[in-house]
Write a protein of this length. Structure first.
Length: 144
């Protein structure tokens, strides 16, 4: 059913909730995983235009992705690739999902409510309204 799953990571505890779900699904469907994190700090958003050097944030994000992919490969035997994107998270997620021919996008929701979504925007809302690819959303909000 699924051949390649884009897993949008945000380099937070939410990833610890998302990855077991996606790993199990990938194992059952024999899917490949594409781990994606979008660095969106000033240096990341202006990297190409201003010919900036890679920021410490970008270096840390790249290491996190590589380490996470290596651990998943070792623990699950899955085929796992990782890509660090730069810029606007929802746009980059959609772009990579199309470029890499993913047939599922997996993300976490953080439980923002109206004010939080107005202030911070909602990556999931943007993605879900603009993608033709099925979307798996896992809640990262602790029960209780």
């Amino acid at each position: 059913m699924y051949r390649k799953i884009l897993v949008a990571l945000d380099h937070s505890k939410a990833d610890d909730i998302l990855l077991p779900h996606v790993s199990q699904l990938a194992g059952l469907t024999k899917s490949k995983l594409l781990l994606v994190h979008v660095a969106d700090g000033f240096a990341a958003r202006n990297y190409d235009q201003l010919k900036l050097a890679e920021s410490e944030e970008m270096k840390a994000d790249r290491k996190y992705l590589e380490d996470t992919a290596a651990k998943l490969r070792k623990d699950t035997g899955l085929t796992v690739d990782a890509k660090l994107a730069l810029g606007d998270p929802p746009r980059e997620i959609l772009k990579l999902a199309d470029e890499d021919q993913c047939d599922l996008i997996a993300m976490t929701t953080h439980g923002h409510r109206l004010i939080g979504d107005i202030l911070f925007g909602s990556t999931i809302e943007y993605v879900r309204h603009r993608t033709h690819i099925p979307l798996l959303v896992i809640s990262a909000v602790p029960k209780g």
